[in-house]
Ligand binder design. Structure first.
Ligand SMILES: Cc1cc2nc3c(=O)[nH]c(=O)nc-3n(C[C@H](O)[C@H](O)[C@H](O)COP(=O)(O)O)c2cc1C
Length: 174
């Protein structure tokens, strides 16, 4: 599948069929994740794959951003390389978590698996539920499953509304 088309055609999927995702497919997704660009090549991501229907259901109680019932949820966490974390480091962690989530979403789409990146979850509850140690932070959750909907692409701003040439305000002409 062509990368540009994969990027443009992927949609956030919030309604899934009951079909489970095989662990070998989850493994392919995790393999794509670990090849994401990441700050200093620290490889700080830690992924918790939640696939038991009971635990997925329980997680949903603390994850208002996840609608309906996904086949699996991957919680994207970061394990810092240093003990003291400055605010700037947190932003880098967020960037690492976001970029790896994009890898997960795109490879899942290329495999026919729908996904939705979700920031809306109760981190304290998820930490307790999944036994996440104190020094590891969950940043995002990604619901995964076979799509039971084909969302209309939500609108995007045009290139010339978001890009400039040489200085801010000088619109990029496409
Ligand atoms: C950081 C981030 C957080 C998001 N959080 C949620 C969420 O909590 N619930 C949800 O339904 N979608 C969430 N989304 C999905 C966005 O709503 C979605 O990407 C956006 O509407 C564009 O739609 P598209 O992904 O189909 O292009 C999130 C996306 C990102 C990147």
């Amino acid at each position: 599948m062509d990368v540009l088309n994969t990027i443009k055609e992927r949609r956030s999927i919030r309604k899934f069929t009951d079909t489970p995702i095989t662990s070998s497919d989850i493994n392919i997704i995790l393999d794509a994740a670990r090849w994401a660009p990441n700050a200093g090549n620290s490889n700080s991501w830690r992924f918790i794959v939640v696939s038991s229907p009971k635990l997925v259901h329980t997680m949903q109680n603390f994850t208002p951003g996840i609608f309906n019932k996904p086949a699996a949820i991957i919680v994207v966490c970061i394990e810092p390389t240093q003990k003291r974390i400055k605010e700037a480091t947190r932003l880098i962690h967020m960037a690492d978590a976001a970029i790896v989530s994009q890898n997960i979403s795109l490879v899942a789409y290329s495999m026919g698996i729908g996904s939705c990146i979700v920031a809306s979850f109760a981190a304290i509850a998820i930490r307790a539920l999944l036994d996440i140690p104190e020094h590891i932070t969950p940043y995002l959750a990604i619901s995964l499953g076979y799509p039971d909907e084909s969302p209309i692409p939500p609108p995007r701003l045009s290139i010339s509304d978001t890009a400039f040439l040489d200085n801010y305000g000088s619109k990029w002409q496409s």
